[in-house]
Design a protein around this ligand. Structure first.
Ligand SMILES: [Zn+2]
Length: 287
C-alpha cells in the first residue's frame, strides 16, 4: 500500500463558527483570525494506492459553484484536486473508488464537475465507485433546516443518477476492518449522522483520517467543538473516547482541515489529552 496527501484547495471559515462556545481570546492562540474573523482551512484529502485499487478519501469543495458562493469561502493558494492528483502521476480515470467521509459540500463538492458543453453536472471520476452509507445518504438528501446549506443537491444527485453511488455496511462493527476497502472505519455521529473516518495501517503506524471529528490541531481540548456540529454533546463523548485511544496507542492523526499541521500525535497530560508532535507527511513517510 502507498498513501499520498492530496490538497484540494484551501479556503477560510468564520473562526467563531469553527469553535462553537469557545471565546476568541482562547481559539485565536492556535488559529489566528484575519480582519474579517476568518481562519485558514485546508481541504487535505488522501489517496490510497493498493494492488488493483486507487481510493480517494474526500474531494474538497470543487469548482462548479457560482462566484457568489465561492466569495463566502475566500479560497487561497494554488491547489486544486485535479492538479494534485495528476502531479502524483495518476489520471482521473485511474481512481477506482471515492470514499466520502460525509456529504457536506467541502467534502463532496469536488466529486462532480459542470460539463462546459452541456452544463450538466457529472462525476469527475468516470471509473470510480462513490462510497457513502445509507443512513448518511438519507440524512443528507432530506436535510434538516440547520444543515441544509451544507448538503447541496447538485453535489449528491448526479452521483446517484450516474449509477456510481454505493453504500458501505453500517452494521459493521465500529473500528473494524471494512470488507470492500483496505482500511477500518470509525463511525462518528456528533458532527452529522454517520460520518465515516478511515483508519489505515501504514509503515508500522496507525493513521486516522480525522475529517470533521478533529478539523484542526486547535480542536484538541474537549469543549473546542465546531458550531456546525449537529449533536455537540455527542461529539464531546466521541472525541473523549477517540483521543484517549489515540494517545494510548500513539495514533497519527491526518488533519483534513488544518492548513498548517498535516499530521499530529497526542498525549495524556494533567489537563487531558493534548498535542504531542506535529509532522509534515513527507518527514514522516518520505524521509
Ligand atoms: Zn468539513
Amino acid at each position: 500500500m502507498k498513501i499520498y496527501p492530496v490538497e484540494a484547495g484551501n479556503f477560510k471559515l468564520d473562526g467563531g463558527a469553527m469553535f462553537g462556545v469557545v471565546p476568541k481570546s482562547l481559539w485565536q492562540k492556535t488559529n489566528p483570525a484575519d480582519a474579517d474573523n476568518l481562519i485558514d482551512i485546508a481541504a487535505r484529502c488522501l489517496l490510497v494506492e493498493t494492488s488493483g485499487k486507487l481510493i480517494l478519501v474526500d474531494t474538497g469543495m470543487g469548482n462548479k459553484q457560482s462566484d457568489k458562493f465561492f466569495s463566502y469561502y475566500k479560497r487561497w493558494g494554488n491547489h486544486t484536486l485535479e492538479k494534485s492528483i495528476t502531479s502524483l502521476g495518476f489520471g482521473l480515470n485511474d481512481i477506482t473508488d471515492v470514499f466520502l467521509t460525509h456529504l457536506h459540500f467541502d467534502h463532496v463538492g469536488g466529486a462532480t464537475i459542470s460539463n462546459k458543453s452541456t452544463s450538466l453536472i457529472e462525476p469527475l471520476f468516470n471509473q470510480a465507485i462513490y462510497w457513502t452509507n445509507k443512513l448518511h445518504w438519507e440524512w443528507a438528501t432530506r436535510p434538516n433546516a440547520r444543515e441544509k446549506a451544507s448538503f447541496l443537491s447538485e453535489n449528491l444527485l448526479p452521483l446517484q443518477q450516474s449509477g456510481q453511488l454505493d453504500f458501505l455496511d453500517i452494521a459493521a462493527k465500529n473500528y473494524s476492518m471494512d470488507t470492500q476497502l483496505p482500511f477500518s472505519i470509525c463511525f462518528i455521529d456528533g458532527h452529522t449522522e454517520k460520518q465515516m473516518l478511515p483508519i489505515l495501517q501504514y509503515q508500522n503506524k496507525t493513521i486516522v483520517f480525522m475529517g470533521d471529528l478533529l478539523p484542526t490541531a486547535g480542536h484538541i481540548p474537549l469543549p473546542y467543538i465546531m458550531g456546525y456540529d449537529t449533536r455537540p454533546l455527542l461529539t464531546l463523548n466521541e472525541k473523549a473516547e477517540f483521543l484517549t485511544k489515540a494517545a494510548d496507542n500513539n495514533w497519527y492523526l491526518f488533519l483534513e482541515h488544518d492548513a498548517h499541521n498535516e499530521i499530529i500525535t497526542v498525549e495524556h497530560t494533567e489537563k487531558g489529552v493534548r498535542l504531542k508532535n506535529t509532522y509534515t507527511f513527507n518527514e514522516l513517510f518520505n524521509a
